[in-house]
Design a protein around this ligand. Structure first.
Ligand SMILES: Cc1cc2nc3c(=O)[nH]c(=O)nc-3n(C[C@H](O)[C@H](O)[C@H](O)COP(=O)(O)OP(=O)(O)OC[C@H]3O[C@@H](n4cnc5c(N)ncnc54)[C@H](O)[C@@H]3O)c2cc1C
Length: 425
């Protein structure tokens, strides 16, 4: 008997569950998939600066890829229509978009995301002053960077742990003097620190006030008093990384550049944390999928004792396990993104449970993705370890996804908190 064989799990239209993805989402997945195959896959190594880690080549390649995304309308997709955007607002759509782009290169997906991040607080509260001035720039024809700056030299996890710390550990201070905010402090690790249009900065007016002291202030580039370190050297995302310190020395911005009055802004930070965690999961699944495909393709034509390696049962079982874990990680983040978008059914998007779900799917997907990359490398032998096989770049680019957004352990503590009342500090 012939069994029907209509499913191809590489196919962008078939790999996302229609329980969560709309027809439009699937069309987007297909379009981004094709874009990645055509524009990114042939140039992935150039994104690393090639064998010689040539930063100029990396930046040029990155710019050219991102410019094509701008020309196709993707950069403006998530901004309001009145400023020239397309007003796409589904978290499921964004997560699928992220997975597909990240299959090509997680750093491209990351830089794309930070551009949206820069104005996210302003969009959350519809800060017209900020949006009127800056959103049209992001909706224009040029590649734009934005930056959301939370992490500080004294620690990222405690700042990003809004639920327990309530902003009490933020050390960057903002003071309202007349019609201006005056900011003093330092951020460490946000990116891109160079040439962002806007630096959306998490500050406190008084750490003792907790949540009520948190303010998100949008600082335009070239504001006097704003300066930067050199970018830090990183394990992955080598030549394109622009993460480092931002220094605020009596930085003054208009009163209206604060996204809303003090009070309640902790909730927005938390909302960003939740959505960024499940987006991070999607960003990890893309490279995992890519490594699975690279390994299975290579092992089709690689023979051990007269038989393709992938047809040996020991190897086929490992490939099966890789595919199983990818499907679980994908279903997980899609499920969480869908729940986030439907608070009327699943509760507030910043509830303890939603924080727990988003943290769990991030940790799960990142662990799975790193495991899959290592499996792919092992299955492919020395070729897997070579630059030309592409697996090693994915393996270097992945671990930071597990670390950012409050750290690996911080995320697990958030998962536990969703199960039972638990004070960790
Ligand atoms: C490439 C890159 C991009 C980044 N992008 C951004 C960005 O755009 N914006 C931004 O603001 N930051 C960004 N970061 C910073 C990142 O989010 C932080 O580094 C991360 O949150 C961890 O903070 P930390 O490094 O200070 O670790 P620490 O806070 O010093 O944590 C150290 C350890 O403590 C663990 N831990 C956490 N909570 C607990 C707890 N309750 N009990 C016990 N242990 C705990 C952590 O898991 C970790 O192992 C980026 C970093 C990199 C490298």
């Amino acid at each position: 008997m012939e069994y029907p064989s209509s499913v191809n799990l590489r196919d962008p239209v078939q790999k996302y569950s229609k329980a969560f993805a709309t027809e439009e989402d699937l069309a987007i997945a297909e379009a981004v998939h094709k874009f990645v195959d055509k524009e990114i896959m042939p140039r992935r190594l150039d994104l690393d600066g090639g064998f010689h880690r040539d930063r100029n080549l990396a930046e040029k390649t990155l710019y050219e890829i991102r410019k094509k995304l701008v020309d196709l309308g993707w950069q403006r997709a998530w901004f309001p229509k009145e400023y020239g955007g397309l007003e796409m607002d589904s978290s499921v759509t964004y997560a699928i978009f992220t997975e597909e782009l990240s299959r090509g290169d997680p750093d491209v997906a990351e830089l794309f995301g930070t551009a949206v991040w820069g104005l996210q607080a302003a969009m959350l509260v519809n800060n017209e002053t900020v949006l009127k001035r800056f959103a049209p720039i992001f909706c224009g024809n040029e590649v734009c960077d934005g930056c959301f700056a939370m992490t500080e030299p004294a620690g990222g996890c405690n700042v990003e742990d809004v639920y327990c710390q309530h902003g009490r550990t933020i050390q960057t201070r903002a003071e309202l003097k007349g019609d201006e905010w005056v900011i003093n402090g330092q951020k460490l690790w946000p990116g891109p620190i160079i040439d962002s249009i806007i630096y959306s900065t998490a500050c406190t007016i008084d750490p003792e006030k907790g949540d009520d002291g948190i303010v998100i202030i949008d600082v335009p580039k070239d504001t006097p008093g704003l300066s930067f370190s050199k970018p830090e050297e990183l394990m992955g995302r080598v030549c394109t990384a622009k993460n480092g310190s931002i220094f605020y020395d009596n930085v003054r911005v208009p009163r209206e550049y604060c996204s809303g009055a003090p009070g309640g802004q902790g909730a927005w930070v938390l909302k960003q944390m939740v959505s960024s965690r499940f987006d991070s999961a999607a960003q990890a699944v893309g490279p995992a999928q890519a490594c699975l495909e690279i390994a299975t393709d290579y092992l089709k034509d690689r023979y051990i004792v007269g038989k393709p390696v992938r047809d040996r049962s020991l190897i086929a079982a490992t490939i099966g396990e890789m595919a199983m874990k990818i499907q679980a990680a994908r279903s997980y983040y899609l499920n969480v993104a869908y729940m986030f978008d439907h608070p009327e059914i699943y509760g507030d998007s910043i509830s303890l449970q939603q924080v727990a779900r988003a943290s769990a799917c991030k940790n799960f997907a990142t662990e799975v993705a790193e495991w899959i990359c290592r499996q792919a490398m092992g299955l492919m032998g020395s070729y897997g370890y070579s630059t030309g096989a592409h697996v090693e770049k994915y393996l270097r680019d992945l671990p930071i996804i597990r670390i950012w957004m409050g750290g690996v352990h911080g995320a697990m503590l958030d998962v536990a908190r969703g199960e039972y009342p638990f004070e960790s500090w």
